[in-house]
Design a protein around this ligand. Structure first.
Ligand code: TRP
Length: 449
């Protein structure tokens, strides 16, 4: 079956696909608002540290295991084991990742549907189609269901087209536009009155918060979510990387690009909020906290765009296009996790696996849409705060303890013959064995209490 496996055609293709997965709503929405509600640059500081000392090593574990096994997480993790018992645990972790990522996609697709609806609304504004635009921006279960389904159709379409002709091709087209739109929006927003207050809110640290357990937990969750860790997404992307590539280096590039988009997004969202405030739009909620949830993206920012007249329409198109691109290149990496399993291990065709699994996940999304108040937050917290760090822990344990050390070192050497003299070689194997599991465990235990 290995001859039929997909592989990224180039380093650029992998980088676009992997950063496409990593860069998403988590960066552009999650990171800036988390920062604003957690002491500004104090959060930025903690996040940067965690991204390098925890998320990057954890990302490397997934990429290295994936490329070694050239298989999905279920097969890859059980293949590392030397006893039937650990093999079963490995398969169990792979399955749990598959279920988790499916649930993540089920809520992610709803939010992404909003982004598509608002993008469509801003295009309707250009055409002066006021009724359509009003319907599109008014929350309602029918609109949500419709745009969630449209988002699934796009996601399924790309995944069914395959690793090279779908995921890589579309990520390589969309990601460069994402960077351009982001930079253009930042430059524009920073010229507006009131932007500097947002910059201050973001960049002036409240260091009394650095040791706050709540802040550390949020920063870790943010780092895991942002690098798409713990569920086998990066493992499967790693499995599509050629043996000729230097993995520690390209993993480092993905981490750097992911972090830089998050940091840049802070330069857009927070200044935009204080510009909105100066224009009389409420940016604090009843408890005095900054509005950070869905209301930020679907009411505060649209209200600001509305006040900006014709320029605002263009800014809105650009902004919601940015968000839609970010969502789509992430969602395809989520659907790819179960699809690759069913294609490789169950002999299902890619088309059938993509359509059926996409439809099943869409059904879960629709259940959430119709029971939004009851289910949405619960699913978000269960998957991102509970499952992801726990599964990340198991990935680290499999790389550090279960996998034969010589085989692991041999895999690092592939595509990087001089690895033995490098820092990564000396530190990482030890690090993933002891430090990563302990950090995750520590934060995790603290979360329970
Ligand atoms: N990292 C993406 C973001 O920041 C979301 C994402 C893509 C993801 N694939 C994932 C999150 C797998 C968790 C698991 O928005």
């Amino acid at each position: 079956m290995s001859t039929a496996r997909g592989e990224f055609s180039s380093r650029f293709g992998f980088l676009m696909a992997a950063t496409g997965s990593a860069v998403g709503l988590g960066n552009i929405w999650g990171f800036p608002t988390n920062a604003a509600s957690n002491g500004g640059a104090a959060f930025l500081f903690t996040y940067l540290i965690l991204a390098f000392v925890l998320a990057y090593p954890a990302l490397m574990a997934e990429l290295i295991i994936g490329r070694h096994a050239k298989a999905n997480a279920v097969t890859a993790l059980s293949g590392l084991a030397s006893t039937p018992g650990t093999a079963r645990i490995g398969a169990g972790v792979g399955f749990a990742g598959m279920v988790t990522v499916t649930l993540i996609l089920s809520f992610y697709a709803i939010v992404s549907g909003w982004m598509l609806a608002f993008m469509t609304a801003s295009i309707a504004d250009i055409a002066r189609l006021e009724t359509a635009s009003n319907w599109l921006t008014q929350s309602g279960t029918v609109r949500d269901a419709l745009f969630t389904l449209i988002f699934y159709v796009l996601t399924i379409y790309i995944v069914v087209a395959g690793v090279r002709n779908g995921i890589e091709k579309w990520s390589s087209r969309l990601m460069p536009s994402l960077y351009l739109i982001l930079i253009a929006l930042i430059i524009y927003v920073l010229t507006l009155d009131g932007a500097m207050d947002g910059l201050r809110m973001y960049l002036v640290p409240d260091f009394s918060r650095v040791a706050d357990p709540e802040l550390i937990l949020s920063a870790m969750g943010q780092a895991f979510f942002s690098l798409s860790l713990g569920v086998g997404t990066m493992l499967i992307y790693g499995s599509y990387v050629s043996k000729k590539e230097n993995l520690p280096a390209i993993g480092g590039m993905v981490t750097l690009m992911d972090i830089s988009v998050a940091v840049l997004a802070g330069l857009l969202i927070l200044p935009a909020m204080t510009v909105a405030q100066l224009n009389g739009i409420e940016i604090y909620d009843a408890q005095g906290g900054l509005i950070a949830g869905p209301a930020l993206i679907i009411s505060v920012l649209p209200a600001l765009f509305d006040q900006m007249g014709d320029a605002g329409i263009l800014v809105a198109v650009a902004f919601f296009t940015l968000m839609s691109i970010a969502s789509l290149t992430s969602s395809i990496s989520m659907l790819e996790v179960p699809v690759s399993y069913f294609v490789e291990d169950r002999g299902v065709s890619r088309r059938k696996a993509g359509v059926l699994l996409g439809a099943a996940t869409a059904t879960v999304s629709l259940i959430i849409v119709w029971n939004f108040g009851l289910l949405f937050d619960w699913v978000v917290r269960l998957t991102t705060e509970f499952s992801q760090p726990l599964l990340g822990f198991f990935f680290a344990v499999f790389a550090g303890w279960v996998w034969n050390r010589n085989a692991l070192l041999a895999e690092i050497k592939q595509g990087h013959a001089e690895a033995e003299s490098g820092l990564f070689w000396r530190i990482w194997p030890w690090y993933i064995k002891f430090v990563c599991p302990l950090i995750i465990l520590a934060v995790y235990i603290q979360m329970i209490f």
